[in-house]
Design a protein around this ligand. Structure first.
Ligand SMILES: [Zn+2]
Length: 440
């Protein structure tokens, strides 16, 4: 049996991330938290458990990155200063067309290194080469909801027809099992890239196998305008009309939305995957998530791929999200510290398909531990404020996923960092040379 006792200076507990336990203890057995509270009573239950002294640290529920294109780590920094369509057509897609399944595998391993170092225990992905991503995620022992892209002209399968053949055969017998760390969903790229007949096929397969549909919706103004021209309605209205909203929808972005969209989002099983830094960088705008939250719509936070962010760290993403919502609403009271933390942790877990009440008894033992050694962590007048606004991903000292330490004292326990970094640098250089057009 895997048994661990953690003693910590602070624990952020409870399903609302607002219960602070000073000088606390957490007892883990197998994949579950079995006791939490002040250190002494929890300590009295310890018998032969491994002990982790984290008395100069904070334990928070693990972060979840709810929208990634994980092999895009290989594309980091190749294009920072272009609009979405130029960025896609001239840089991202030409690079991706040259990627092999082995490249995607190593790119994913690099992504997993980065996620783990940032205290992220799970990610929701949309990309091709799903089997390579799955293999890497399993090696990393990280949670993943991998949603193979339904998209034309992929390096993996070529045409949309062949991509569909591949994706549908991969997912045909794939029913998500929440006891597994890695599961499949399905990832139609967006309504502007996937024709109606394939969106119907996606819906049918998702309904048959209870798959989450991970899709980009209402990202840019021009995308919404084009959709109004083509279909007489917004992308959200369009997928609703096609019946996709009868399934669980994981909707990346939802930046440019209106009342009609909100009504659909409120009444359907849609989780908004909010990517504030990517939306700012691509000049797509600011998604009004404070309104979504007021309406009771589930919102989780992600980074988007490394080509548009360019990192996978979630703490920085949460502070950006909070500051932007205050600005957008002109109300500093929106998205308080505990709520911001909840979006990046418990809401993300829910989007992944894992029911978690944060750091409480009977919840999954997914814990992120932050060191208090840096000056920016002092004084500790408001611990949750310090987490959101003062700390950074580099404060993460340890990460526990499903009861197992995958990052211990800043050392990876599942992956060979040196080898992965070397391999990925070689791959990236090879593809950029083949492209021959990247401005340095
Ligand atoms: Zn995306």
């Amino acid at each position: 049996m895997n048994e661990l006792f953690i003693e910590a200076k602070y624990i952020i507990s409870g399903s609302k991330c607002n219960r602070i336990i000073k000088n606390g203890g957490i007892l883990i057995e197998n994949d579950e938290i079995v006791a939490i509270g002040k250190v002494e009573p929890v300590k009295s239950l310890v018998s032969g458990h491994d002990k982790l002294d984290r008395t100069n640290h904070i334990v928070i529920p693990s972060l979840v990155n709810s929208h990634t294109h994980i092999p895009e780590t290989l594309l980091r920094g190749i294009c920072d200063d272009e609009k979405l369509m130029t960025w896609l057509n001239d840089y991202i897609w030409p690079f991706e067309r040259r990627m092999t399944s082995e490249d995607a595998y190593y790119g994913t391993l690099l992504g997993c290194l980065e996620l783990i170092e940032s205290g992220v225990s799970g990610f929701i992905d949309q990309y091709f080469y799903a089997e390579s991503i799955k293999k890497a995620a399993k090696e990393a022992k990280i949670r993943a909801l991998i949603c193979p892209s339904v998209f034309d002209n992929t390096p993996e399968s070529g045409s949309l027809e062949n991509t569909w053949k591949h994706v549908s055969s991969l997912l045909n017998n794939s029913i998500p099992d929440t006891n597994q760390l890695v599961n499949y969903g399905i990832g139609p790229h967006a309504p502007y890239t996937v024709p109606e007949e394939y969106l119907y096929k996606v819906k049918e397969l998702a309904a048959k196998n209870s798959l989450s549909i991970h899709i980009h919706l209402n990202e840019t103004k021009s995308e919404v305008e084009q959709s109004l021209k083509d279909f007489g309605m917004s992308p959200i209205e369009y997928i609703h009309k096609l019946g996709l909203t009868e399934e669980k929808i994981l909707a990346a972005h939802c930046v440019n939305t209106q009342n009609k969209d909100w009504k659909i989002m409120k009444e359907s099983n849609i989780t908004v995957l909010h990517n504030p830094q990517s939306n700012l960088k691509m000049t797509s705008g600011i998604a009004p998530i404070y309104k979504y939250l007021e309406l009771g719509i589930n919102v989780a936070v992600g980074t988007d791929g490394n080509a548009s962010n360019n990192d996978l760290g979630m703490i920085e993403e949460l502070s950006t999200a909070a500051m932007l919502q205050k600005h957008l609403s002109q109300n500093p009271k929106v998205l308080d510290n505990s709520q911001a933390l909840r979006l990046g942790t418990i809401n993300g877990m829910k989007a992944l398909g894992v029911q978690s009440q944060g750091i409480t008894e009977k919840s999954k033992a997914d814990l992120t531990i932050l060191s208090l050694e840096k000056s920016h962590s002092w004084p500790q007048n408001n611990i949750v404020s310090n987490i959101i606004y003062s700390s950074s991903s580099s404060d993460v000292s340890d990460l526990i996923i499903n009861g197992k330490l995958v990052y211990f004292n800043k050392e990876h326990q599942t992956l060979n960092k040196e080898k992965i970094i070397e391999k990925c640098s070689t791959i990236s250089e090879r593809i950029i040379t083949e492209m021959g057009k990247i401005k340095k």
